[in-house]
Design a protein around this ligand. Sequence first.
Ligand code: PLP
Length: 400
Amino acid sequence: MLVAEQQEDSLAITPFRDDAPLDISLANVREVFPITRRRAYLNNASIAPASTPVMSAMQHFMSDVRDNGRNHYPRWCDYAETAIKARVGAMIGAKQSEIAFVKNTTEGLVAVANGLQWRKGDNVLLPDIEYPSNVYCWMKLAKLGVEIRWIKAKNGRILLEDIAALMDSRTRLLSLSAVQFSSGFKQDLAAVSELCMARKVLLNLDAIQWVGNQALNLADVHVDFMSFGGHKWLLAPIGTGIFYCNEKSIDLLDPPSVGYHTVDRGEAHLDYNLEYRPGAARFEEALANFPGIWGLDAAVRMHLAVTPIAAQERISSIVTYAAESLQSQGWRIISPRSHPNETSGLLSFAKDNLDAERAEKDLSAAGVDLAVRAGALRISPSFYNNEDDIDRMMAALNGY
Ligand SMILES: Cc1ncc(COP(=O)(O)O)c(C=O)c1O
């Protein structure tokens, strides 16, 4: 054994990586979410509860820092850049070089808004029901002479013909949620992507309500940029997220924040040369949130073990069960459900004269967690939920 290797081994009291296969399937996944023993947690579209594999991966990383300080730093960087990004890529059909770690969805959206070279008179298309993360970064461009054209939602749906009607020769970009946070409307990504390509308009997705809820294969659908935080359907820690930048579109963005990680100079700190590193890693300007990224990796491995298609089917069957149960008790379903391709894991429902805030509090006291959006109640079951959770919610709703 080489001397350097011996020294490294003496440091490795705690291995920094954990590649052991996760023995998780739909049959046993509930066991790794301790919250399921106490509550019917139906609020994954807000902040998902932590699972034991995520907790243990973060603990694993921090134990290495405890035992070894920065000694494994180059190996952390390499592992995050290769193994972890490869797994994220496998989940969404992207290359690892197209993936950057970010702290949340908003950071990725802002990188696109502030990274593109705008000309006065350009316009951006936005649905008028977007979460504010996908609004303020575009509003800020008004001072550069960029116009927002609002796509008016119809009953929570964003129609392709309404998008097309707003496009003209100055339309640079369409930015929209792949799944809408309030109505749960699921966009037909293939159709939107085709429209954008035909009209030479860039497509930017807020995918935080999609990834982990619906399966996605970016090899089949052209998307220029996409951002999603980890803390909802991905079941990853707060403060983690992914910015996807299509390799064909990366040179359209000038990284809005630059630092020592934007370039490829290694430890040559005084060798200043602002030449961007290849790939989306140029958007990670400095030291990343490795404990969070380790947790995100565990969550991604869980999704890969369950498989995104099986997760989507499971979520869909729980939501269908909930919709039928609710309708049989006189509840009105607000989320679009007339077309199966428009439905997602988010389901909003209401009744006439419903005091949604009060209902949410009452349900919480009964151990059922959901959210209030636009005066309606909204549930968002993940693949670890089950029909018992819905039955518990229905029992708690009795009397409303
Ligand atoms: C559609 C959508 N986009 C963005 C966000 C905010 O995400 P982040 O905190 O990761 O920026 C939310 C949070 O509810 C959301 O629903």
